[in-house]
Write a protein that binds this ligand. Structure first.
Ligand code: SGN
Ligand code: CA
Length: 520
């Protein structure tokens, strides 16, 4: 072939080659994966005794896993508001799940969009209004539904057939593959509803997990001795507060036939049928036989069980459904990670896996969250960026959901607004730990009185100690020695051996409340 005929090919190869090189230096894509109420105790990379999560673990093998990642306020919408604004609850104003988020505020997706990123959000937001700063979105109304979920979209409302975790993933993959502008880097929020209460797994997993048995946590029968009023009065005990119909999947007819069961628990109206009746006849044909066998067992055995046996049975039912939901989350995360690999996007895409808070899986006899105690205060956090971050590394610094916005903005070389209150985690992700400055975090929960009745409290947490003040209708302090008592079974606040620790921490707490503008 003559040179002049070869030239176009040579140019193409050169240009293609240059582009490829440029790609690796281009601003990173962001895939922000968040699940709702996913306890770190249910991730094998965190040493779970309950389930294997091979896909989420891949992120840990190839990225950085944080063992002390925590939230500023352990409840859904407030946590999301902190993530999006980079500000504590008292500044962003989202104190509970009820009042709508103030959308006049700057959120980090808006900043990415202005900086030339293509942005999208699929899944649960829970703000009571539509998200700002997204080129496309499809969000669940309020808490959303597990079966054949409804969605709010910029074009109006719609219902999609299928299981919510699969559907949100299909939407995410659809956008990544066909909808986005491939000339721009992307920032995408892929935010699951699962494994939020009422824990309906996909029918095949419902069947599989209903036949499994799980180890119990050491503190399942906690009597809340050596702690204050708040732990004793919370309404989140599996035996006495978890409902039969909404949670354990006992049909109202079964309960009626049995003429009432003990302990008496106020069941939710339509707690069983509201989610179940969303299923089509075909879907019910799969769910129905499993529900029937659970109900049959309950009817035959419950009346003669001791309270201890009842607690154990309810715990197993809870774990079967909760972990069945997790398996779908993990498999779907795997589908998206596979696509990143196949498309060549993986190397320059930052993937975050986190949850809006942690969750009790029977520790202290509880389900739900809200407390500053570890299982709900801490949240899973794994971050991977093959091009730039460390691989297979575990960190125990006190990082917080407050820090995500500034971290992602710095990674994308976009300036963060000066009023954001977090600290960029880039030093920890790149092995420059000496540049990380914070060793204490501030926490504050406000939503009382409300469902589960966890009292208002705030506190300071460091690697070694946790000091908490419960206030409003009580005035009680608790102190935990995190190294000596990792299960937080005994407050040592009144122990004279800790007087100095209390004094020092109270001063530090004052300092944090000033720093974050809780007080002037
Ligand atoms: C619902 C749940 C509660 C849960 C809150 C908040 N009940 O009210 O158990 O604490 O959401 O959860 S249910 O009827 O929906 O099952 S949060 O994650 O949105 O904060
Ligand atoms: Ca949540």
């Amino acid at each position: 072939m003559k040179l002049n005929l070869l030239l176009p090919f040579i140019f193409t190869i050169l240009i293609f080659g240059c582009n490829k090189k440029e790609t690796s230096q281009k601003r990173p894509n962001i895939l922000f994966i968040m699940s709702d109420d996913h306890a770190y105790q249910a991730i094998s990379a965190y040493g779970s005794k309950l389930i294997q999560t091979p896909n989420i673990d891949r992120l840990a093998d190839e990225g950085v896993l944080f063992t002390n990642a925590c939230v500023t306020n352990s409840i859904c919408a407030p946590s999301r508001a902190t993530i999006l604004t980079g500000k504590h609850t008292h500044i962003n104003g989202k104190m509970d799940n009820i009042h709508p988020f103030d959308t006049t505020q700057m959120t980090f997706p808006q900043i990415f969009q202005k900086a030339g990123y293509e942005t999208a959000m699929y899944g649960k937001l829970h703000f009571g209004n539509n998200p700002k700063g997204f080129d496309d979105f499809m969000i669940l109304p309020d808490q959303g539904n597990y079966i054949n979920p409804d969605f709010i979209t910029p074009q109006g409302d719609t219902t999609l057939m299928g299981y919510v975790t699969d559907v949100i993933t299909d939407l995410t993959l659809g956008w990544l593959k066909d909808k986005r502008d491939t000339d721009k880097p992307f920032m995408m929020m892929y935010w699951h509803k699962a494994p939020h209460r009422p824990w309906w797994p996909r029918a095949d997993k419902f069947k599989k997990y209903s036949q499994m048995t799980f180890p119990e946590p050491a503190t399942l029968f906690d009597d809340y001795a050596n702690r204050g009023t708040a732990a004793k009065s919370a309404e989140m005990n599996i035996l006495t507060h978890m409902t039969y119909n909404h949670d354990s999947k006992i049909r109202p007819e079964t309960l009626q036939k049995m003429g009432g069961v003990t302990p008496h628990i106020e069941n939710y109206k339509d707690g069983f049928y509201y989610p179940y009746n969303r299923a089509s006849a075909e879907q019910k044909a799969l769910y129905g036989p499993v529900v029937d066998s659970i109900n049959q067992y309950f009817e035959e055995n419950w009346p003669s069980m001791t309270n201890e046996e009842k607690m154990k049975w309810k715990y197993q039912r809870y774990m079967q459904d909760y972990l069945g939901c997790i398996e779908s989350v993990d498999e779907n995360v795997g589908r998206v990670l596979d696509y990143l690999d196949e498309s060549g996007l993986a190397e320059n895409t930052i993937v975050i896996y986190t949850s809006d808070q942690g969750f009790y899986l029977g520790e202290h006899g509880w389900f739900d969250k809200r407390f500053i105690y570890d299982e709900s205060f801490k949240t899973p956090l794994i971050i991977r960026w093959p091009n730039e971050f460390q691989k297979g590394v575990v960190k125990d610094e006190m990082v917080q959901n407050l820090d995500y916005a500034q971290t992602l903005l710095e990674a994308a070389q976009i300036e963060a607004p000066s009023d954001m209150q977090g600290e960029s985690m880039i030093p920890l992700l790149t092995g420059n730990d000496q540049q990380w400055t914070r060793d204490a975090v501030y926490y504050h929960y406000y939503a009382y009185p409300s469902i589960h009745m966890v009292k208002k409290h705030y506190g300071i947490v460091k690697k070694d100690f946790k000091l908490v003040h419960f206030y409003d209708d009580v005035d009680e302090w608790e102190l935990y020695d995190r190294y000596k008592d990792p299960q937080e079974m005994s407050s040592v606040y009144h122990d004279p051996a800790y007087t100095e620790v209390v004094e020092t921490l109270k001063e530090e707490l004052k300092g944090l409340r000033k720093k974050y503008k809780v007080v002037q």
